[in-house]
Design a protein around this ligand. Sequence first.
Ligand code: HQG
Length: 180
Amino acid sequence: MRNDNKMSIFLSLILRHKPEVIDIELDAEGWCPVEELIEKINKHGKKLDFERLKRIVDEDKKTRYSFSDDMKFIRANQGHSVKVRLNLVAIKPPEILYHGTKEAFVEKIRTSGIQKMKRHHVHLSKDLETATKVGARRGIPVILIVEASRMYEDGYVFYCSENGVWLTNHVPVSYIKEYK
Ligand code: HQG
């Protein structure tokens, strides 16, 4: 569809070069929230809904764009002129990693595990002190001990950011030991 081509070119402009045209920000890895992208493109006077966006992504001949696994984020696979870091390399984590959270969240975490919520990954620390600080931002901190090695052996993928934050997609309940 000819109009889809035009929209795809506009998407490239936003996701690779000039996100500021619609006042959106890409994160360090080039991702932006799909819902916000659609809303801001419409505000900009172009018509886009999720169905159309998905069609453009799926039918792009050069696979220019990707959705995150949960379809909540989108990015250009390459070709950026804005600075993005697409090179998170999966690496083996230490035996144990820590997650600092707020006491009030523990009950939910007990049933659904540690989820990335609004971020792109679950953030974990290699030391107790950092995790305690993260948890204390919101109230009484509770530190969860994550059996990272066992997760890794079971096929879960871990990354370590340049600033030493350990990242993974989800920590299922069975890998969490609680600690107060
Ligand atoms: C919690 C700061 C209910 C999770 C810090 C956390 C960190 C759940 C909150 C970085 C849940 C999300 C990240 C579930 C997780 N049910 N609550 N199933 N699973 N949660 O801020 O880890 O300043 O997105 O425990 O230093 O607190 O941004 O994550 O309390 O490194 O650079 O939901 O943010 O760094 O909160 O913090 P966040 P986080 P920056």
